[in-house]
Design a protein around this ligand. Structure first.
Ligand SMILES: Nc1ncnc2c1ncn2[C@@H]1O[C@H](COP(=O)(O)OP(=O)(O)OP(=O)(O)O)[C@@H](O)[C@H]1O
Ligand SMILES: [Mg+2]
Length: 154
């Protein structure tokens, strides 16, 4: 198991699934992490009926959520393949494996077209996407402007 410390959430990576919990490093990261988990949960159960999959659709280009609690403490979702990225360091420029670059750029632009107008659109970048087989999907779709620095500080 690998642990990735994102800026807002800690992500535990298992073979077939990932677990996202808010970061405890700073209060604001925690609040953002909770908010992002809840944003992602919107896709899991949009109407609060606790019935899974009201918004879900296998063809949705988003990593599938298997479980998300109503407090934003935990999101469990499918693990995607991010091996096209050569550097996994969150703070350096992402580098895509040269042989995969052309297809990757095309796939990324496809996602950007698809999700134009959604809150997480601005956050669609190489570190927030991954492959399920041949399809590139968004794996981090929790971003909202309301949790950006200008609203709740740093
Ligand atoms: N479903 C997934 N499959 C594979 N890797 C994942 C998945 N979800 C997250 N990761 C890995 O964990 C990292 C951080 O996850 P995510 O972007 O969802 O958290 P975050 O708190 O929003 O981080 P950041 O603020 O750095 O964007 C991703 O860049 C990716 O490398
Ligand atoms: Mg991210």
């Amino acid at each position: 198991m690998q642990i990735i410390k994102g800026s807002r959430r800690n992500v535990l990576i298992f073979k077939n699934f990932v677990i996202k919990i808010p970061s405890f490093k700073r209060w604001v990261s925690f609040i953002r992490g909770v908010n992002e988990n809840l944003e992602e949960r919107y896709w899991y159960s949009a109407d609060g009926s606790r019935k899974r999959g009201t918004k879900w659709n296998k063809s949705l280009r988003l990593a599938e959520i298997y479980y998300a609690d109503r407090f934003g403490f935990i999101v469990v979702s499918e693990r995607l393949d991010t091996s096209f990225l050569l550097n996994s360091n969150l703070y350096d420029e992402p580098v895509v494996e040269p042989s995969k670059k052309d297809k990757f750029e095309k796939d990324l632009n496809y996602l950007r077209d698809l999700f134009k107008g959604y809150q997480f659109y601005d956050d669609i970048d190489p570190r927030n996407v991954g492959y399920r087989g041949n399809d590139l999907l968004v794996l981090d779709y929790g971003y909202t402007p309301s949790t950006s620095d200008c609203y709740i500080g740093t």
